[in-house]
Each structure stands twice: as structure tokens, then as C-alpha cells.
Design a protein around this ligand. Structure first.
Ligand SMILES: N[C@@H](CCC(=O)N[C@@H](CS)C(=O)NCC(=O)O)C(=O)O
Length: 205
């Protein structure tokens, strides 16, 4: 039995759901976190001491950190979406780490300012700085997508999932985006994937 604990409005939960769908894995998902709560109980903290979502539970095995969960699902369920060769895999993993280390912080500011903060309380200076930083990060991908359809080359892989989740926010929110046509074309390719359209490209809340 595979269970994803986490509300679907969380970008990190979306990553895991999208990965399960792409890999054709059975799962159930339980709403935890945000307005649903349940992530500060002793039972939950025993699974994830950070009190954050998502958590993946497979029988007695428990795992947290969304990108780690996506990597684990790929490794445990061999498919063309997650290559076995160490170098091929490392070239994908670097983009997943890049999402956490470079893209995450400014995208979080943009999302929280425009979606989760009441208008009078918004720090528009911080928003402008974050849009600039995120734009510089997306420009790095623009260079990559000038010669590649996906992060691994010509085929979609699990490496597209972490940054792909942020692409929907980047292209949906009312911000002054730099012109990055290759990144936009990648986002449009992701929108053609049924699981992305259903679980990631949702109204922002
Ligand atoms: N690095 C962690 C971050 C997890 C995280 O920040 N989760 C947020 C939602 S996106 C959370 O649990 N917030 C508290 C809540 O939902 O109650 C991961 O990728 O899994």
C-alpha cells in the first residue's frame, strides 16, 4: 500500500503525485497540512520531524523530502523516466538539486506574495527582487532548452518534475517575466501531459 500524505495545493506534494502518475503507480493520497492540519501531531512528527508535507508511506517504509521521494520512486520502479547509468542519472539529479538550491527561494517569495498574502501586507520590493532572481534562474534553463526539449534531452524524465511544477506558477502569475521562449515552449510541452494538466496546472491557491 502506497500513501502520499499531503494536500494537493502544495507544490512539493504535486511533485510526488505527478511522479506516481507518470510511473503508473497505484497510490492513495490523504489531505494533510495547510488548512487540513494533521502535520504537527506526535504521530506525524514521528514520520517527518520537520512537520512538513509530503510524506510517502509504503507499508513500513516512510520517506520525506519531495525530490528524494521522486528519485526513490524512479529507482524503485525502473522505467525510461529514470536512467540507471550513474552519469546519465547524475545529469538529471543536478537539475533537481538546482530547483531546490537556486529556483526555490525566489519562486517561493513570488507565490507567497501574490497568492497567500493580503494586498495591504505585500512587500512589493521583495517581490520585484524575487522576480529578478527567478528570471535569472529561468534564463539558465532558456540556454538548456535552446538545444533540448526536456531536461534530459529529447525525452521527458523525472528530472522535469521539480522545476516543471514551478513553471506553472511562473507563467500563471501576473509578473513582468523576461522573454524566455524556449522555457515557455517546454512549459507548453508539459501541459500536454495529462498528469501535469490535472495535478499541477491548477488554479493557484
Ligand atoms: N524540502 C521539503 C519542503 C516541504 C515543504 O515546505 N512543504 C510545505 C508545503 S509546500 C509544508 O509542509 N507547509 C506546511 C503545511 O502545509 O502545513 C520538500 O521538498 O518536501
Amino acid at each position: 500500500m502506497r500513501t502520499i500524505l499531503g494536500r494537493l495545493t502544495s507544490i512539493n506534494v504535486m511533485k510526488v503525485v505527478w511522479a506516481c502518475e507518470e510511473l503508473g503507480l497505484d497510490y492513495v493520497r490523504e489531505d494533510v497540512g495547510g488548512a487540513f492540519g494533521g502535520n504537527r501531531t506526535p504521530e506525524y512528527l514521528a514520520m517527518n520531524p520537520n512537520g512538513l508535507v509530503p510524506v510517502l508511506r509504503e507499508d513500513g517504509f516512510v520517506l520525506w523530502e519531495s525530490n528524494t521521494i521522486v528519485r526513490y520512486l524512479g529507482a524503485a520502479n525502473p522505467s525510461p523516466l529514470w536512467p540507471e547509468a550513474p552519469r546519465a542519472r547524475a545529469l538529471l539529479e543536478r537539475w533537481m538539486d538546482w530547483q531546490i538550491s537556486v529556483l526555490n527561494a525566489p519562486m517561493r517569495v513570488i507565490f507567497w506574495t501574490l497568492v497567500r498574502t493580503p494586498v495591504p501586507e505585500r512587500d512589493m520590493g521583495a517581490l520585484a527582487r524575487a522576480v529578478g532572481e527567478a528570471g535569472s534562474a529561468w534564463a539558465i534553463l532558456e540556454g538548456h532548452f535552446a538545444a533540448n526539449s526536456f531536461l534530459a534531452g529529447e525525452a521527458f524524465t523525472l528530472a522535469d518534475i521539480p522545476a516543471g511544477c514551478f513553471a506553472h506558477r511562473w507563467f500563471s502569475l501576473p509578473i513582468a517575466r523576461p522573454h524566455l521562449p524556449a522555457v515557455q515552449a517546454w512549459y507548453e510541452r508539459l501541459l500536454e501531459r495529462p498528469a501535469y494538466a490535472q495535478y499541477v496546472a491548477r488554479p493557484l491557491e
